[in-house]
Write a protein that binds this ligand. Structure first.
Ligand code: SF4
Length: 263
């Protein structure tokens, strides 16, 4: 089968919706090196701790934090991709990792360990979309990674996504992502998951479940289709406003900011 099949992940879809030009340039590998990973550090550490512990769930998960934390920092410092905000920043993030992990273990013991599960489950799922311009049915690959895919005793699936945020409203930004995962599970197993959800140990509501309707599924499908159609016609203009452009990792290659030295 052709290697030219369009690949769509949740992050590429959301980036495309933010700015088509940015998504196009990032996919060309034109991101400036050295993107600061400080804001992702706690999430990456707790996710890595979770994966390791679920592979062999004995002992206290919290005992794994220091090793994973130091390893993640060493890797970022080697590449020069971490900028601390102040002298207490590292300690603060470490404390967040410890607190999140301490609350996470009992949640996993109750919601995951009793069932079949796979942490860090990658997917590359082929779906078919009609090209509105040519009428041709084309294959598109939905790709990405579920933090945790669980099959409960009734043979139904549950997708869990781990968030280390302490923002009680953060879930509002994740609904599209979870609906995307819901569609992927349908494509993989010919059945929708019985639910999807967030495990957010630092929030007041540590486990938040979602049950999507056909209307919500149709909505995410039309967003995926809109992305595919635009890519097929090569439509990727820069966005009109400049919000966030000064922090954009592909600004140096962006058509909107290119200056001609000589005319
Ligand atoms: S600089 Fe702004 S307009 Fe250009 S690619 Fe980045 S986000 Fe888009």
């Amino acid at each position: 089968m052709s290697e030219n099949r369009l690949k769509i992940s949740w992050s590429s879809l959301s980036r495309w919706e933010l700015c088509r030009q940015k998504n196009f340039l990032v996919k060309q590998g034109l991101s400036a090196p050295g993107k600061d990973v400080r804001n992702f550090l706690a999430g990456n550490v707790v996710d890595s701790v979770q994966k390791t512990w679920l592979d062999n769930p004995v002992g206290n998960m919290i005992d794994l934090v220091d090793e994973h934390f130091e390893k993640a920092i060493a890797k970022s410092q080697e590449k020069g991709t971490i900028k601390w905000r102040n002298k207490n920043d590292k300690k603060k993030i470490h404390t967040n990792c410890v607190n999140a992990t301490a609350s996470l273990q009992p949640i996993l013991e109750a919601r995951v360990l009793p069932y079949d599960y796979e942490p860090g489950k990658w997917f590359n799922q082929v779906v078919k979309i009609k090209d509105q311009n040519t009428g041709e049915i084309k294959e598109v690959i939905l790709n990405g990674e579920f933090d945790l895919l669980v099959r409960e005793d009734d043979d139904q699936f549950v997708v869990w996504d781990l968030k280390t945020t302490a923002d009680n409203d953060y879930w509002k930004k994740t609904v599209g992502q979870l609906t995307f995962y819901d569609l992927v599970v349908y494509s993989m197993f010919n059945q929708f998951p019985k639910k999807t959800g967030l495990i957010q140990p630092l929030c007041d509501e540590q486990v938040k479940e979602f049950f999507f309707t056909d209307r919500e599924r149709a909505e995410i499908w039309s967003r995926i289709s809109a992305y595919a159609h635009a890519e097929w016609v090569g439509d990727h203009p820069p966005k009109k406003d400049n919000v966030g452009c000064s922090f954009c990792e592909v600004q140096h290659s962006c058509a909107k900011f290119k200056r001609k030295l000589f005319s």
